[in-house]
Design a binder for this molecule. Structure first.
Ligand code: 5GP
Ligand code: ZN
Length: 115
C-alpha cells in the first residue's frame, strides 16, 4: 500500500518531481537531491516497504533486481571501473531518514569506511 505521507511513494506516483534515470514495473532510480558524492543516485522499490528489515521472502527477486539495476546504472554513469559504494540504511540508528526501501549508489570520489 502506498503511504500518503511518504516522499518516495509520491515520487513513484509522479506527485513529486525527480531526476529520473531509469524506471520499470518494480523500481525507479533517480539522482539524490542532496548528493554526497559526484555520482549519487537511489534505486527505490515501487512497493512501499519501510526498511530492509520489512522485506519478506516474496521480495527476494525485487531485491536482486534493485541491486543488479544499481550495478548497471553505475556502469552507465562511468563509476564502475574506479569503484563505487552501495548503501542501504536500515532503521533509525543507521541514519535512515526516508522509511521506504532504497539503495544508494555513491561514486566519483574515494570513500572511507564511514563516509
Ligand atoms: P536515507 O538516509 O533514508 O537512507 O536516505 C534518504 C535519501 O533520500 C537522502 O540521501 C536524501 O537526500 C534523499 N531524498 C530525500 N528526499 C528526496 C527527494 O524529494 N528527492 C530526491 N531525489 N532525493 C530525496
Ligand atoms: Zn513509500
Amino acid at each position: 500500500m502506498p503511504s500518503s505521507d511518504c516522499v518516495f511513494c509520491k515520487i513513484v506516483a509522479g506527485e513529486i518531481p525527480c531526476r529520473k534515470i531509469f524506471e520499470n514495473e518494480s523500481l525507479i532510480a533517480f539522482d539524490d537531491i542532496t548528493p554526497m558524492a559526484p555520482v549519487h543516485f537511489l534505486v527505490v522499490s515501487k512497493e512501499h516497504i519501510a526498511t530492509l528489515d520489512d522485506a519478506e521472502p516474496r521480495h527476494t527477486e525485487l531485491l536482486g533486481r534493485m541491486l543488479a539495476t544499481l550495478a548497471r546504472l553505475a556502469r552507465e554513469k562511468g563509476v564502475a571501473t574506479e569503484g563505487y559504494r552501495q548503501v542501504i540504511n536500515c532503521g533509525k540508528a543507521a541514519g535512515q531518514v526516508v522509511p521506504h526501501l532504497h539503495m544508494h549508489a555513491l561514486g566519483g570520489r574515494p570513500m572511507r569506511l564511514m563516509g
